[in-house]
Design a protein around this ligand. Structure first.
Ligand code: AMP
Length: 446
């Protein structure tokens, strides 16, 4: 399929060519035609798969088509809701990129910045508003935005909006939009909560799914390393310094953790910046900009702050801790391996984090080998507990990475020994002292 087969307007096609896209991504191939036909859509697409263009291109086409009928009216005709300000900015950027030859005005409205400036911008009018739910609701309550002319509503990363507790805000916002509209819902995962939200908000939707539902992009290499909590920092520094990591995104579950990691990296000569929700918008933007421009090689982020980070060329994602929710794992590692590029995702698994690794395995429907980081002595003991069998529906997606691992699980339990796959590399000096006897199912430091 090519972009020309969609029948997008020439000006939009010029923009697509200008940004250098030649072939639609799978989600674009599936979503653009029904969206152009005016259908409501539930689209399941991983992050980094080109989902933004999948809704922005048909949205722009529709807005330019109806342009003649709109007169001087400048209340928004399209509204995109996103969970975070970073994602809102990213979507707004995509709208400007793809709409560069159109005379549509787009505006993003999110919290954490002065509301006064947004009042002014809203007074000037906008065809497209990209907003986070909380701030948008604020504007609605103050009467600074009128949603009664919205024709297209997009819920981007709907699963995350639900996770963040935006469901009530979304309901109120949707209540202020005409019923006669097109609604496009994009989500990395389609849970029962998403399905019930869709049932209330969408009208006879068509469902499109790009790729296997829970599978991260195939271009991402995934590694899981067993490492005790107190050695994670050593391992992080070692990994960054010895592997050729050009651009590293390190994830921490907490803001405090993100700050601590950044500080410790700095102390050990690795320049890093942190982004999380306790930092001001300006700090977050500056940090992101230094990282994007390659002035800083390491960005440390929390899950929420990292939503919407679209930096090309992130070579490595390192999960300093295992995310509590498998969906977060997919989102985290989706920051690398974007748009067909290869990437590497490394997860440090502490002895108390096995349960979260199991969740990821179940979610993806695939087992992972818990590896020993090259150079670390044999301490991987906890892999002897087999993962629960994936549900039938998930079994369809099983792509065993290692036959050894698969066969291992077929052996009688008593014969099982811990699995370790170690790549040959230089030992890490500091870690040599860290030891435990293989097969004892125990960590030395716990
Ligand atoms: P998204 O999933 O929308 O965040 O997009 C991920 C990345 O893919 C962004 O950097 C886009 O610019 C890029 N992208 C989107 N569509 C295409 C395409 N058809 N060809 C190449 N790159 C694309």
């Amino acid at each position: 399929m090519s972009f020309t087969s969609f029948g997008l307007s020439e000006r939009i096609m010029d923009a697509v060519r200008a940004v250098g896209y030649t072939t639609p991504t799978p989600i674009q191939s599936l979503a653009i035609l029904p969206a152009l036909a005016g259908k409501d859509l539930i689209a399941s697409a991983q992050t980094g798969t080109g989902k933004t263009a999948a809704f922005v291109l048909p949205m722009l086409h529709r807005l330019t088509e109806g342009d003649a009928t709109r007169g001087h009216q400048r209340d928004p005709r399209a509204l995109v809701l996103t969970p975070t300000r970073e994602l809102a900015q990213q979507v707004q950027q995509a709208v400007s990129d793809y709409g560069r030859f159109l005379s549509l005005r787009a505006l993003s409205v999110y919290g954490g910045v002065s509301i006064d400036a947004q009042f002014k911008q809203l007074r000037r009018g906008a065809d497209i508003v990209v907003a986070t739910p909380g701030r948008l609701l604020d504007h609605m309550q103050r009467g600074s935005i009128d949603l009664s002319h919205v024709e297209v509503l997009v819920l981007d990363e709907a699963d995350r909006m639900l996770d963040m507790g935006f469901i009530r805000d979304i309901r109120k916002i949707v209540g202020a939009i005409p019923k006669k509209r097109q609604t496009l819902l994009f989500s990395a995962t389609i849970s029962s909560d998403i399905a019930s939200m869709a049932a209330n908000i969408l009208n006879d939707p068509q469902t499109v799914e790009a790729g296997e539902r829970h599978n991260p992009a195939a271009t991402i290499e995934q590694h899981f390393y067993a490492v005790p909590k107190e050695r994670k920092m050593d391992l992080l520094v070692h990994a960054i310094q010895t592997e050729s990591m050009e651009s590293v995104l390190v994830f921490s579950r907490t803001k405090h953790g993100a700050d601590k990691i950044t500080k410790r990296l700095d102390q050990r000569g690795v320049v890093a910046v942190a982004i999380h929700s306790d930092r001001t918008q300006g700090q977050r933007e500056r940090a992101l900009e230094s990282f994007r421009r390659g002035r800083v090689r390491v960005l440390v982020a929390t899950d929420i702050a990292a939503r919407g980070i679209d930096v090309t060329g992130i070579s490595h994602v390192i999960n300093f801790d295992v995310p509590l929710y498998a969906e977060d794992y997919i989102h985290r590692i989706g920051r690398t391996g974007r748009a067909g590029a290869t990437g590497s995702a490394i997860t440090f698994v502490g002895s108390d984090e096995q349960q979260y690794l199991r969740r990821i395995e179940q979610f993806i429907g695939r087992r992972f080998t818990l590896q020993q980081y090259p150079g670390m002595p044999a301490v991987t003991a906890f892999s002897a507990v087999p993962a629960e069998k994936p549900r039938r529906s998930e079994q369809m997606h099983i792509q065993p990475k290692s036959h050894t691992r698969e066969n291992y699980h077929k052996r009688p339990r008593s014969k099982k020994a811990p699995i370790m796959t170690a790549r040959k590399k230089k030992p890490i000096g500091k870690m040599e002292s860290f030891s435990s006897s293989v097969g004892e199912q125990r960590w030395s430091n716990h």
